[in-house]
Design a protein around this ligand. Structure first.
Ligand SMILES: Nc1ncnc2c1ncn2[C@@H]1O[C@H](COP(=O)(O)OP(=O)(O)OP(=O)(O)O)[C@@H](O)[C@H]1O
Length: 655
């Protein structure tokens, strides 16, 4: 029989009208007067009453011994709406492991996680938890060249349903900016290596604010104060606390050595040592609990420091009494009445979920995401702003290509149609196409930065591999076209390639395809090996390989069959080289050297040799280059598509 609302167990009572908050009964929380108390109705959590985990274990294969190793054992905890939990422990104690495990993320590389994760007393699937929660990583995923408002707008664009009106979107964005005290920095950029923007604390506040735009009911924060001094740490946690209280949010943060004032902002604490629980419960009960088991905190001591010192085995040596102490603390915790009370609280929430009709069924919550096509559009817009503002990533590359054009144009300056200049023309074609392709390695850092942002957005369920791949490909096209034109205009005329409008357009086309293919290769390599030095080295190596087998350095009739059949035919540079060669030589003639009147010495055999000329096509024949421009264009497009699809598949398969 369903119970009526006044029969609800106390731990499920709505906490919105704050008197009911368990935490507030124990803490007199006085928010900072300077905080901006903007109540945002969309943020209010009126569905997740409690969040719990039980018998949670994480096991990995030990790096050294290759045997199973437990890095989190039998963890349990419960937290209610409006409460803030600190997961605390010395370095390597398993804080991030626990946070990831309860957030339904991969707890550690190659880890196996077992146990229950419960919301409103029922097991919650990872899909449901993604809809209801947000995770703020330790490392910010902010884009340096965007302003605070733009960052928030794009976060809203990626998260909010397409049916949310523009006005509503802006209202939410502005509310959050105000809530986190960032109004004055609204139009300030986050900050790039060459242009300073927000302070560390402001960046962290923006990171959290941008994750709140999805209206999560549960917020996971991995070391939100790392890299901040104690004043900024307090400020950040104070903002989060204020928002959590007013909107009844559940906040779970791993935290390393908080100052006394920051620590006091939390309602509950989970203490871990070597993956084992030392305490879980209200902060205000911790003092009494540790006294009761024989660890009295001296007066005037920073409580966080005291607890951490008790369980810190970092500097301990084999046989030190600290190991016995930690063993004693974890054993006493497992046997303690508080731990048993925690167990029964979790059990009660499970049985209440079975009997009460008033507890929202979270599995029925509908996701309110933007339409599939809307995400690539938002990403395109964001990449565009980033592209034109990010001097290092984009403008430097443009300047570099322009410099290369001037270099080539002046080295191969105004070649003539005498036979001595035929080889320099061929060299210029090879060097231009190969070097332009090679310089695509300069895209590695910018791409890895985008990949980093994408990984975080994907982990939060915002951007999928398809949207990322499509937008990355599309945003590259205009940029690559601009580079191609900037290079071609000076280089083509300075070198004196075939002077015809069509020839120039074809030159641009070949070079453009070359760059699109080179960029696709960089993307594929960087997706497989997302480490700067590795991606850079491999992309450079592959470019070297394509240069060697493209038919210029070693003519096709000389190139050995292995390189020819394994690599030459999948070498986009080979098709670009052939296309540019045909473009230059198919309808031009060159002058032989006159040895005596009517006698000529011609470097290439041709039907025009008797007239002292070389037909351009004879040069093509000499290189065994046919006339299949359309097929070559098709093959290059196929190679580009192949690289892009492979990169997409790698992204899809990688979690
Ligand atoms: N494959 C593995 N082999 C051996 N130990 C592992 C493996 N994977 C994780 N660990 C260990 O598990 C422990 C928990 O790591 P975790 O990152 O959760 O700790 P943490 O408390 O968040 O540390 P920090 O404060 O330094 O970030 C660490 O001691 C880590 O070395």
């Amino acid at each position: 029989m369903a119970s009526s609302s006044n029969e609800q167990p106390p731990y499920f009572a709505p906490i919105l009208n704050s008197e009911a908050s368990a935490a507030e009964k124990h803490h007199s929380y006085e928010p900072d007067l300077e905080l901006n108390h903007v109540q945002s109705s969309h943020l209010v959590n009126d569905i997740v009453r409690c969040f719990a985990w039980d018998s949670l274990k994480v096991e990995v294969k030990d790096r050294a011994t290759k045997k199973p190793l437990s890095i989190l054992s039998d963890s349990k905890g419960i937290i209610h709406g409006g409460e803030m939990l600190a997961i605390m422990g010395p370095s390597g104690s398993g804080k991030t492991t626990l946070l990831n495990a309860i957030a339904h993320r991969t707890a550690a590389a190659g880890a196996t996680t077992t146990g229950d994760i419960l919301a409103n007393g029922k097991k919650i699937s990872w899909q449901n938890l993604r809809q209801l929660s947000s995770y703020v990583e330790q490392e910010d995923a902010l884009i340096g060249s965007l302003t605070v408002r733009e960052t928030m707008q794009f976060a809203a664009g990626l998260a909010l349903s397409s049916s949310t009106s523009k006005a509503e979107r802006m209202r939410r964005v502005d509310d959050l900016i105000a809530n986190f005290g960032l109004q004055e920095q609204k139009h300030t950029i986050v900050g790039t290596p060459i242009k300073k923007g927000l302070s560390g604390g402001q960046k962290k506040r923006l990171s959290v604010a941008s994750r709140l735009v999805t209206d999560p009911k549960i917020l996971f924060l991995d070391e939100p104060t790392s890299g901040l001094d104690s004043t900024l740490s307090f400020e950040v946690i104070n903002y989060i606390k204020d928002i959590a209280k007013r909107h009844n949010l559940i906040v779970i943060a791993s935290i390393h050595q908080p100052s006394s004032s920051t620590f006091k902002l939390f309602d509950k604490v989970a203490l871990l040592s070597k993956g084992r629980s030392c305490y879980f419960g209200l902060l205000s009960d911790a003092h009494g609990y540790f006294s009761s088991i024989g660890y009295e905190m001296p007066p005037e001591t920073n409580a966080a420091e005291f607890y951490l010192d008790l369980i810190n085995t970092d500097l301990a040596k084999e046989g030190d009494e600290i190991f016995a102490r930690v063993q004693d603390i974890t054993q006493k915790w497992a046997d303690s009445p508080l731990s048993h009370r925690l167990e029964s609280e979790i059990e009660k929430s499970i049985s209440a979920a079975k009997t009460s009709a008033h507890i929202p069924d979270l599995s029925k919550i509908k996701s309110n995401k933007p339409k599939v096509w809307a995400i690539p559009l938002v990403l395109l817009q964001r990449s565009w702003i980033k592209a034109y503002r990010d001097i290092v990533a984009y403008w430097m590359r443009i300047i570099m290509y322009l410099g290369l054009a001037i270099l080539m144009g002046t080295v191969f300056l105004r070649l003539s149609t005498t036979q001595e200049d035929i080889q320099p023309y061929i060299n210029a074609i090879f060097f231009g196409s190969a070097f332009m392709s090679f310089m695509a390695v300069a895209y590695v850092p910018a791409f890895l930065e985008d990949l980093h942002t994408y990984s975080k957005e994907r982990a939060n369920g915002l951007v999928g591999p398809f949207a990322f791949s499509v937008s990355n490909f599309l945003i590259g096209l205009p940029f690559l076209f601009i580079i191609t034109l900037l290079f071609s205009i000076p280089a083509y005329f300075l070198i004196n390639f075939r002077q015809s409008g069509t020839a120039f357009i074809m030159f641009v086309l070949w070079l453009f395809l070359d760059l699109v293919a080179a960029e696709a290769l960089v993307v594929l390599v960087s997706v497989i090996f997302p480490v700067f030095v590795v991606a850079l080295a491999l992309a450079a190596f592959l470019n070297g390989l394509w240069m060697c087998v493209d038919g210029f350095l070693v003519p096709m009739n000389v190139l050995n069959p292995f390189w020819k059949y394994v690599f030459h035919y999948i070498d986009y540079q080979a098709y670009v080289f052939q296309g540019m060669m045909v473009n230059e030589f198919k309808s031009r003639t060159y002058d032989c050297a006159q040895t005596s009147p009517g006698q000529y010495h011609c470097m290439y055999p041709s039907d025009l040799n008797v007239e002292g000329k070389i037909r351009g096509t004879a040069i093509l024949d000499n290189f065994q280059i046919g006339r299949a421009e359309k097929t070559w264009v098709g093959i290059i497009i196929g190679i580009i598509a192949g690289y892009r699809v492979l990169a997409y598949l790698v992204l899809r398969l990688r979690h």
